[in-house]
Ligand binder design. Structure first.
Ligand code: CA
Length: 230
């Protein structure tokens, strides 16, 4: 099955380049030149992922992304933001608006396609499975048991909830605020650095014995469950 991608980009040359590369790699491509057109196209048919330029005429990429996340039918739709900006404040804003990932221009088509495949693969969270798996990690939801490489790992209740949340959404980067809302609840009076404390404990428990780190720290943005390199 050819995955369908909606590319939202106002620069015709870039749109042409993206379409060429994506079609060559087996994607079905539809295009929108601005945010309004993108939202109209989404109403007509839901793609497997959206590549969304940040700087768009009329409705900005950020606003399109927010609208996607506010709409129940589109909430799980993977979104990759294309941005010319690399500043940390903008990265956080992009992730806060609900983007799954972003790619800074100029980018290599191969990297973009790899990321696109990854977000599409992750878009099906294993929420109904009794056991969540990522790399050599396994979380048995009914027995509340965690193991890595077959060996049991003991976690506190907060670390368990944190790990479960990340395991259901592997690869996605979450800000401390998002983790706080998801794991502690919106009304919890907990400081942001509490998240760091529990991430540290979780890491220590998971990575003991010289095993690779499965939690990626994204500077100034947050954390992700990921196969970290280096
Ligand atoms: Ca643009």
């Amino acid at each position: 099955m050819r995955p369908a991608v909606l590319v939202v980009e106002d620069e015709t040359a870039l749109l042409t380049l993206l379409r060429y590369n994506l079609e060559k790699e087996g994607f079905t491509v539809s295009a929108a030149h601005d945010g309004e057109e993108a939202l109209l196209q989404l109403k007509e048919s839901k793609p497997d992922a959206v590549l969304l330029d940040w700087m768009l005429p009329r409705v900005s990429g950020i606003e399109v992304c927010r609208q996607i996340r506010r709409t129940p039918a589109w909430r799980d739709l993977p979104v990759i933001m294309l941005t010319a900006r690399g500043e940390e404040g903008d990265r956080v804003r992009g992730l806060d608006s609900g983007a799954d990932d972003y790619v800074v221009k100029p980018f290599s088509p191969n990297e973009l396609i790899a990321r696109l495949r990854a977000v599409i693969r992750r878009a099906r969270p294993a929420t109904t499975a009794e056991t969540l798996r990522f790399s050599d990690l396994a979380v048995d939801l009914s027995a509340h048991k965690v193991s890595r490489g077959g060996k049991p790992i003991h976690l506190g209740p907060t670390e368990f909830r944190l790990l479960r949340f990340l395991m259901e959404r592997p690869g996605r980067v979450f800000s401390r605020e998002q983790l706080l809302d998801a794991v502690w609840g919106r009304d919890a009076e907990v400081e942001l650095r509490t998240v760091d404390v529990h991430i540290r404990r979780l890491r220590k428990a998971l990575n003991g014995g010289g095993r690779s780190d499965v939690i990626r720290t994204v500077r100034a943005a947050g954390y992700a469950l990921d196969e970290a390199v280096g």
